[in-house]
Design a protein around this ligand. Structure first.
Ligand code: ZN
Length: 523
């Protein structure tokens, strides 16, 4: 396969924003935010690994360089075989630890080292340090030192932008984030970002997600997006916040593990983005985010859920609908909506805010579940969000809060997006979680395979109870921090059955994800 064909897996989508009608000051403001975000993009490629840096340095001038490197950032599974690129790129395989650790450091060696040097544990496992060798020792270099050339100008631009907005909360948030980039202490700026209000613009900027670190799952990758807030639609979603505590109470897992999420601020924001960079722009394009990831902030303030409506619409238009036609039995395909709708995405994100955060040890001390579940947490947490989200939707329909008329549509949409998600390859965190859902529901008879058409469908009599039982399994694995148990669960349910592989084969030629091309019309 040629590089061009590989690139065709990514539907190029123009995301053009017309800023011509905005006041000059707003334009300058947005330009500064975009420029700051571009530095995060550069810092991310540095983080993503030796191979990427070398190639990036060499191909800097080439039009295709970034597109190709984006593909490398997932580089696994049936749709992303590195070999296909080797003749073109001459790239060494990307280490599991990307650029966060020495290339030759194995998980075993690292864990042995941590056990022998408990005093270094915190700094070496910090989300914001790069691990390096120094003689026989491992040392932790803070991000703000390692990536100084990127974070300093980004910080300066955020400070300048802060001078150009009248929103007091946004002004504070930008100034605070500018400081955080230079110290790697994000706590205060995270809180100010969650508490933003009355702002027409928003920005996510800094190191957030852990997916890029496949060695330990603890190092955060830089990312950024500049957003125009849809205040009316955001406001419409706020209604669900009042049910967060009810939902936690209704989750199917033992009471002793549950926590109160009373008084949580958990804003929903619907936006369109006019720029994305770094981890957010690498590989599969996200339609929503639940941030920040700091468990202290979750406990004290909750999280903010962002929905990128332009991206949700683009997926539907360019990929989802066509793929679902190939995978879903015709009578159920008819149930799928033609317009973008954020219900499932919304509940996926709500579910991220629910469930266990800490593993309570026998002596009463608390360990963050990320530390207990390590590399298993990302796929398990994504699966939790899908399954628990669907469970919550069912619960609110049962309570009469959400009308039942779309019930079947939701289950079919969930099946369609689970199957579609497998096209990313099982090494991707969300896809492994989806494979487990499909296999579990198949085993329970809650979804069926129609031999004649080679398509799948939902068994509406069984799906709700299967979703509840699967939710219980996942929540319990998280609450107990059961690393081995999670491994066994992935072993059992994480493989692709032949019937699924065959069905997906019919969608080979469809794009896998979107490659957004952002453009702003300034004048
Ligand atoms: Zn998620």
């Amino acid at each position: 396969m040629k590089v061009e064909q590989r690139l065709a897996k990514w539907a190029r989508v123009e995301m053009t924003y017309d800023a011509r009608g905005l006041p000059e000051r707003d334009k300058r403001f947005l330009q500064k935010l975009i420029e700051a975000s571009q530095y995060m993009d550069e810092a991310f490629w540095r983080q993503s690994g030796r191979g990427a840096v070398e190639v990036w340095d060499r191909l800097r001038a080439s039009e295709n360089a970034k597109s190709l490197l984006r593909l490398f950032s997932i580089m696994a599974g049936p749709y992303d075989r590195l070999e296909e690129f080797e003749p073109f790129m001459d790239v060494p395989p990307k280490p599991l630890g990307a650029g966060f650790y020495p290339d030759d450091l194995t998980r075993e060696e690292f864990e042995r080292y941590l056990a022998q040097h408990p005093e270094q544990r915190e700094s070496l496992l910090s989300p914001y340090t790069v691990v390096k060798r120094e003689g026989d020792s491992l040392i932790a270099v803070p991000y703000h030192e390692e990536y100084r050339e990127f974070v300093e100008p980004a910080s300066r631009l955020l400070k300048e932008a802060a001078e150009l907005t009248d929103s007091r909360s946004l002004k504070r948030c930008l100034a605070s984030r500018a400081e955080a980039l230079l110290t790697d202490d994000y706590y205060q700026s995270d809180i100010e970002w969650i508490s933003l209000k009355d702002n027409d613009y928003d920005i996510i900027i800094g190191p957030y997600e852990f997916y890029e670190d496949r060695l330990m799952g603890v190092k955060a990758a830089y990312e950024a997006t500049v957003e125009i807030v849809d205040r009316e639609e955001s406001h419409n979603l706020e209604v669900y916040i009042q049910y967060l505590d009810d939902l936690e109470g209704a989750l199917p897992y033992p009471e002793k593990y549950k926590r109160s999420i009373e008084g949580l601020k958990s804003p929903f924001v619907v936006v369109r983005d006019i720029y994305r960079g770094g981890h957010l722009r690498a590989g599969i394009q996200a339609t929503a985010a639940n941030l920040p990831n700091d468990p202290r902030v979750h406990t004290e303030y909750g999280t903010k859920k962002t929905f990128w409506k332009n991206m949700i619409g683009a997926y539907l238009k360019h990929i989802s609908f066509a793929v679902a036609r190939e995978l879903i039995v015709p009578e159920q395909f008819e149930l799928l909506p033609r317009q973008p709708d954020i219900a499932l995405t919304l509940f996926h994100e709500i579910a991220h805010a629910l469930g266990p955060r800490w593993v309570i040890q026998v002596d009463g001390s608390k360990t963050p579940i990320r530390e207990a579940l390590k590399d298993h947490l990302s796929p398990l947490e994504e699966e939790k969000a899908d399954v628990v989200g669907l469970y919550c939707l069912g619960y609110l329909m049962g309570e009469g809060i959400i009308p039942r008329e779309h019930e079947r549509e939701y289950y079919v949409r969930d099946l369609a997006s689970n199957l579609r998600g497998l096209r990313y390859g099982l090494a991707e965190a969300h896809a492994l979680g989806r494979m487990c859902q499909v296999n579990y529901h198949l085993e329970r008879g809650a979804i069926f395979y129609d031999e004649a058409s080679g398509r799948f469908g939902v068994n509406f009599d069984k799906i709700a109870s299967s979703v509840a039982d699967l939710a219980e399994i996942i929540l319990t694995l998280e609450a107990t921090g059961d690393y081995e148990g999670t491994g066994r669960f992935f072993q059992k349910y994480g493989r692709m059955p032949e019937i699924v592989r065959k069905a997906l084969g019919r969608t080979e030629d469809f794009p896998v994800s979107l490659e957004p091309v952002y453009k702003v019309l300034w004048e």
